[in-house]
Design a protein around this ligand. Sequence first.
Ligand SMILES: C[S@@+](CC[C@H](N)C(=O)[O-])C[C@H]1O[C@@H](n2cnc3c(N)ncnc32)[C@H](O)[C@@H]1O
Length: 190
Amino acid sequence: MTDKHPGTDRSTIVNSAYKDSSTLIARQRLYDYQLPSHDLPAIVIQVASTVSPMSILDVGCGNGTYLHPLRRRFPQANTVGLDISKGILQDIEQPKLVANASALPFSNGSFDVVIAMHMLYHVENIDRAIEEAIRVLAPGGKFIASTNSAKDKSELNDLWRRSAEKYWAFLHLIELLSLPDSPSKWLNKF
Ligand SMILES: C[S@@+](CC[C@H](N)C(=O)[O-])C[C@H]1O[C@@H](n2cnc3c(N)ncnc32)[C@H](O)[C@@H]1O
């Protein structure tokens, strides 16, 4: 069965949303304004430190927000970047591979730490991806995952809503003034 939800549709992910790092970088920059701000890479490193890892897997590593700090902090470890998009991996150094979180190409117990940061909401079957992460985790290892809350970027959504309301009020005013070729008439053509 083909899943056409844009959030989990593989074609949208690989050919559009994460074709390369440009749109991801733009979205990540929004978090520069987040209050309170959270240093998630530091939290991941703190948790990973508890097992002195020799092997780390970053599932859905994207442009390396977590992969790069992990490699710097644990230079002795084999830290693998994995993503379903080949394009977004272009600036990631080896070891890296294109693969699906739902079918990790590793044997059981391969990694001391597995992370899946802000990516599980893109996976068709989240339970399966978590099972896979746990399967490749060594006994006593750490699995770290993050996601967005329901209120994520609510300030931005609010801003969009208020400007849309103003825009529609403006269009409505033009309609009331009965101006010819009003913008809403153009919009109706689409
Ligand atoms: C929002 S980005 C997060 C990137 C990085 N983990 C971070 O937090 O900065 C989501 C990433 O997950 C990848 N992705 C989406 N679905 C995937 C899947 N089924 N298996 C592996 N990677 C996937 C995307 O290509 C994208 O690079």
